[in-house]
Design a protein around this ligand. Structure first.
Ligand SMILES: C[S@@+](CC[C@H](N)C(=O)[O-])C[C@H]1O[C@@H](n2cnc3c(N)ncnc32)[C@H](O)[C@@H]1O
Length: 262
């Protein structure tokens, strides 16, 4: 299951998107809100919070409001994303550039980790979750959303009609993800899933939406922008089975919410 991911290339993609990320991130907002709803427990008295893969800090701001008085670490691989997060009105916040696969946090130091749509970029989710477990205090909680297999399925299938190269990343199945989480010694685990289907005018819009949030890096493959009328035509033809009754291109996201307690 571990895979090799070019972290610099991932960081570069997200950095390029950082300035306009918020305009394209409606799905990320919606999923992040659901995740935030899982942790609305005002009675929790927390000191140290982490927004893991904070991006532009949209949810860092919400965590700040929800838990006034707690210190918040905004953590991300992309320095440009962190620069965007710094522009927000955050109090008691620290900004740290780093990799979820090589966490810098002290053992037993964190009360709550919130991470919206980030851990699918880990090259070894089990090792990553074990590091999160180690960083949490006993009783500390971690709330994650991620993507599982079935995500971007229409685009994956459409590209198959064009060539044999990978044009989308692969995602863990729910079963594999459940067994990964089970191996990480958390005392309580809640996992739920949800399917979201977005609609786009055409394949160019599909690709533009992925690029808009910086999620266009394909592991082990040089991505080039979709260009050339012939290529667009062939890809659009490959998308034909996934055009809905309104004439729009469906694009599926299989979302997984994970709540774990140490
Ligand atoms: C889809 S965005 C989500 C951003 C934010 N959580 C939100 O909900 O708006 C994914 C974020 O994860 C960050 N990221 C990707 N790989 C990472 C890694 N290995 N370590 C830390 N952050 C990473 C990206 O830079 C990007 O900011």
């Amino acid at each position: 299951m571990p895979q090799t991911i070019d972290k610099q290339a991932v960081a570069d993609s997200f950095s390029k998107a950082a300035c306009h990320y918020d305009q394209f991130a409606q799905l990320q907002r919606d999923i992040g809100e659901v995740l935030l709803g899982h942790l609305s427990k005002p009675e929790l008295s927390l000191n140290n919070l982490v927004d893991l893969g904070c991006g532009t800090g949209y949810f860092s701001e919400k965590l700040n409001i929800q838990f006034p008085g707690a210190s918040l670490t905004c953590f991300d691989l992309s320095s440009v994303m962190l620069e965007q997060a710094k522009k927000r009105n955050l109090t008691q916040a620290a900004f740290q550039q780093g990799d979820i696969d090589s966490l810098p946090f002290a053992k037993n130091s964190i009360d709550l980790i919130y991470s919206n749509l980030v851990v699918q970029w880990s090259d070894n989710l089990e090792a990553c979750l074990k590091q999160l477990h180690s960083s949490l205090k006993t009783g500390g909680r971690c709330y994650l959303s991620t993507l599982i297999s079935g995500t971007l399925n229409e685009l994956t299938q459409a590209w198959k009609s064009v060539d044999d190269k990978p044009h989308t990343n692969t995602f863990l199945s729910l079963k594999d993800l459940e067994s990964v989480v089970a191996n990480c010694a958390f005392s309580t685990v809640n996992i739920s899933t949800e399917t979201r289907v977005l609609e786009y005018k055409n394949v160019v819009e599909v690709m533009r939406a992925l690029k808009g949030i910086g999620a266009n890096h394909v592991h082990g493959h040089q991505t080039s922008p979709i260009s050339g009328r012939q290529l667009v035509k062939r890809l659009q033809a490959g998308y034909q089975p996934f055009i809905n009754q309104q004439g729009l291109c469906n694009l599926t996201y299989q979302v997984c919410y994970i709540e774990v307690i140490k």
